[in-house]
Design a protein around this ligand. Structure first.
Ligand code: PEP
Ligand code: MG
Length: 883
């Protein structure tokens, strides 16, 4: 088996299509080398090595050693240096690179191959002893941290102490001879911590680093990250071993990170940061404040340090040529890492850049205009779940801002919450339903759970490509980075800025669009979905086959959904209306009545209110279909549970509290979700469904007379298990329709159908379809009943199931395509065999989940229905599913 793939100097064993095998970084390095771009040569240990390593109790395949030796020899020949040769040493970097980019999650080692002898060789070769020793101390720090488990603080402390003793503020003040002293102390620290010396043999170093990178695939933060982004553990990571180039060789050397377009806004124009005389990790780590890439960016940010365009104009010109070439080649915005070694440009990475939803839309729409991609490709470029970000509010323009501090606008959107200074605490508070803002000096991959739990993130240090900025943009969290005015005292749980003190728990607001941190909670406004958003939606609507409806019952929600493009209502849960203040008393009177006559009397009070509810919906939806579900939950849900409420209800209804309690006891069930609910209520209490049907048909007549538009009702019977249930109820509903027509002279347009939310209903779909004009898959209950897994209790142990890999995803969020999906496919086939014009939709929560929407397309459903705010997401996901 081939485990090792070489790249460099115009040729490569692999290319961009080999991401699964070589990881994203490896595949793109191979591709760039093929394009003839200046890529330091190297080789990639494939993801298959990682998989084999974990399958064999962390042992490597037998052929690996020989293949690495061969690749190393070829690399030595290519750069004309030798690994471990004191006279002419080859140094390498060792980096991880998984299929999907996992920024900062796994480990990297630079300057590998250094020891006392090769460091002298590097000094002689470069003519710069200080540089050689700077590289050496960086190597000891990184290697010890990543491979040997001696934390980098150990070395930072030594260095800080050394600088303090010599009254230095900058690392650059330290001379070559002094670095020697520091290095001696570093080595002693390793000896003290481990009881053995720092490894000097380059091959030992190399295998140590390779194993550390493969090992980092299973570290806690990588595991957390994978779970968050649904990346399977089975993918594994690749390891890239690459000849070192040095950004720390003096004032004509530099290292940087760039995007070919602005990843926050999508604006065209290069965007990025760099550091003179520095090595790769310095930029991302946020240790020094980086300089802007371009002059215009520097001016915009009011930065006083020169930009790369000004400081290194020739290399900058060469770099931008590479940007253009890569963007044209990949036909997408690229995220690029580069190093300049004594005026010579080297490319270290390219990949499709992570971007905000706003930038994703703008870039997709712009690239269509630029002729780089077509409309359908543009539709495929935007991640539907990401659109969620655009539905986030922004701060009301009219609001008088009380600015506490200003930093960089690192990730857009605005949010308010309580200041918290620790990620564990942020997670804990968010778990209790608190909205929190994570405030840190800087973030590291260890903060990922705190960032996820927070509404927004503020850092005192770090640039636009700092860890906080990159991760926040990916997560869609607003972020202000590098707010240097903020002085954080994490121990005391407070920060000060502009003379004020904010303690943990005080509410602040973050505006990721302006970079401001405000005192208090600012009022927010709903975003408008125009411009690029609207353009993309037009293309998406052209591409999709399935319709998108909404689950809504209040006029406000129905209106919002309409504005987001809902093409009808897929589920109006009428029980939500029963709780409204003006009618809950009548609902309870109906439930408490001990005779049919008593119920009918109470229902007569509810009828006009229900009619008005439906009329409101029909007015907004006009002639679009509205699926209205007849009462579903068990009746005891409407009764009061607490003694205070019981007393109040007793007073209002004139029923004795004891009688009320007794009725509640009568109705209580040990398993309500499988109890007296859904169509079973309709069978027992025909008058309830008859009242609801009447309210629907009368509302149709009312609105039609009022507006001239004919409303379309789809009357839906829930929880049907047997065809006969539906047969009985359908006859009654149809009878009400005829009565209302006779009374009003208006013939309502309506269908009668059912929900498929029980396995038996799916299996007996042919019999049921004989009486149903439509099916709507209630996948919340269908998941619950297929798995026998309570939707209300599963949350308590679902985490264990995800952890153990028993479920890949929460089946209540993303549909179980194998099991629940099989039942749906069976129901579709059997249902259509009985009635070929059977209308099919989904109204469980899955109707707003992009992966489940993909499944619905393949199952041949006619529409999906989801909550109002997910309608745009569903429109895009349905389009992608159809393409
Ligand atoms: C369902 O079960 O999927 C459904 C939409 O109904 P509810 O969530 O109201 O039970
Ligand atoms: Mg249900």
């Amino acid at each position: 088996t081939k485990w090792v793939y070489a790249f460099g100097a115009g040729s490569s064993d692999g290319d961009r299509n080999d991401k699964n095998l070589l990881g994203g970084k490896g595949a793109n390095l191979a591709e760039m080398a093929r394009l003839g771009l200046p890529v330091p040569p190297g080789f990639t240990l494939s993801t298959a090595v990682c998989t084999a390593y974990y399958a064999n109790e962390r042992a490597y395949p037998a052929e690996l050693d020989a293949q690495v030796e061969e690749a190393l020899a070829a690399l030595e020949a290519q750069v004309d240096k030798r690994f471990g040769d004191p006279a002419n040493p080859l140094l390498v970097s060792v980096r991880s690179g998984a299929r999907a980019s996992m920024p900062g999650m796994m480990d990297t080692v630079l300057n590998l191959g250094l020891n006392d002898e090769t460091a002298e060789g590097l000094a002689a070769l470069s003519g710069d002893r200080r540089f050689a020793l700077d590289s050496y101390r960086r190597f000891i720090t990184m290697y010890s941290d990543v491979v040997l488990g001696v934390p980098h603080e150990t070395f930072e402390d030594i260095l800080d102490m050394f600088k303090e003793d010599h009254d230095y503020t900058l690392d650059t003040e330290i001379t070559a001879e002094q670095w020697e002293e520091v290095i001696a102390q570093y080595k002693q620290a390793v000896q003290d911590a481990l009881g053995h010396p720092f490894p000097t043999d380059p091959r030992t170093q190399l295998w140590g680093a390779i194993s550390a990178v493969f090992g980092s695939w299973m570290n806690d933060r990588a595991v957390t990250y994978r779970r968050m982004y649904d990346i399977p553990a089975s993918w594994g990571t690749a390891v890239n071993v690459q000849a070192m180039v040095f950004g720390n060789m003096g004032e004509t050397s530099a290292t940087g990170v760039a995007f070919t377009r602005d990843p926050s806004t999508g604006d065209s124009g290069y965007y990025g940061e760099f550091l003179i005389n520095a090595q790769g990790e310095d930029v991302v780590a946020g240790i020094r404040t980086p300089q802007c890439l371009t002059k215009s960016m520097r001016e915009r940010m009011g930065d006083t340090q020169p930009s790369m365009e000004e400081a290194l104009p020739e290399v900058f010109a060469e770099l931008t040529k590479v940007f253009d070439q890569l963007e044209r080649h990949y036909r997408d915005m690229q995220d690029i890492e580069f190093t300049v070694e004594r005026g010579r440009l080297w490319m270290l990475q390219t990949r499709s850049g992570k971007r905000t939803a706003r930038a994703a839309l703008k870039i997709a729409v712009d690239m269509v205009a630029e002729g780089l991609i077509g409309e359908e490709e543009a539709v495929l470029r935007v991640d539907p779940s990401q659109l969620d970000q655009l539905l986030h509010p922004t701060i009301d323009d009219a609001y008088q801002r009380d600015v506490l501090a200003k930093g960089l606008p690192a990730s857009p959107g605005a949010a308010s919450g309580k200041a918290v200074f620790d990620s564990d605490e942020a997670e804990a508070m968010a778990g209790q339903g608190e909205k929190v803002i994570l405030v840190r000096v800087e973030t590291s991959p260890e903060d990922i759970h705190g960032m996820h739990a927070a509404q927004a993130i503020v850092t005192a240090r770090g640039g636009m490509t700092s860890h906080a900025a990159v991760v926040a943009r990916g997560m869609g969290r607003p972020c202000v980075s590098g707010a240097g005015e903020i002085r954080i005292n994490a121990g005391e749980k407070l920060f000060t800025a502009r003379g004020r003190t904010i303690r943990q728990g005080d509410v602040i607001t973050v505006d990721g669009a302006t970079g401001e941190v405000l005192f208090g909670a600012a009022p927010m406004i709903k975003p408008e979905l125009t411009g690029d958003f609207a353009a993309l939606m037009v293309w998406a609507d052209k591409a999709r086959r399935m319709k998108v409806r909404t689950n809504a019952e209040t006029p406000a929600d129905v209106q919002t959904a309409r504005e987001f493009g809902a093409e009808g209502i897929g589920l109006c849960r009428t029980e939500h209306m029963f709780f409204d203040a003006d009618r809950i008393a009548a609902v309870r009177e109906m439930i408490l009545a001990d005779s049919q006559a008593g119920r009918v009397k109470a229902l007569a009070k509810i009828l006009p209110m229900q009619r008005d509810d439906f009329a409101d919906i029909f007015r907004i939806m006009e002639d679009r279909p509205c699926t209205i579900r007849l009462l579903d939950p068990p009746l005891h849900e409407f009764l009061p549970h607490h003694a205070d409420d019981v007393r109040a209800v007793a007073e209002a209804t004139g029923v004795a509290p004891e009688a009320l309690m007794e009725r509640a006891r009568d109705l209580s069930e040990s398993n309500p979700m499988l109890g007296h609910r859904g169509c079973r209520l309709g069978i027992t209490y025909p008058e309830i469904y008859e009242m609801q049907a009447r309210a629907i048909f009368e509302a149709q007549a009312l609105v039609e007379r009022e507006t001239g538009v004919k409303p379309v009702a789809e009357v839906m019977i829930p929880l049907v298990a047997a065809a006969r249930e539906l047969e009985i109820l359908k006859v009654r509903v149809a009878a009400v329709a005829r009565q209302v027509e006779a009374e009003t002279g208006v013939a309502p347009i309506y269908l009668i159908g059912t929900m498929i939310e029980l396995p038996r209903a799916a299996l007996r779909a042919a019999d049921i379809a004989a009486h149903a004009e439509f099916f709507s898959f209630g996948t919340n209950d269908l998941t619950q009943t297929t798995y026998g897994l309570s939707r209300d209790d599963a949350g308590k142990f679902l985490g264990d199931y995800l952890e153990a890999g028993i479920f890949e995803k929460d089946p209540f969020v993303s549909i179980d395509q194998d099991g629940v999906g099989d039942l749906i496919r069976i129901a579709v086939e059997r249902g259509r065999s009985a009635r070929d014009d059977l209308k099919l939709g989904i109204c469980g929560e899955h109707g707003g989940d992009p992966a489940s929407i993909g499944f619905c397309e393949s199952a041949g459903l006619d529409y999906v229905s989801c909550s109002p705010y997910r309608v745009p997401i569903a429109r895009l996901a349905a389009a992608q599913a159809a393409l």
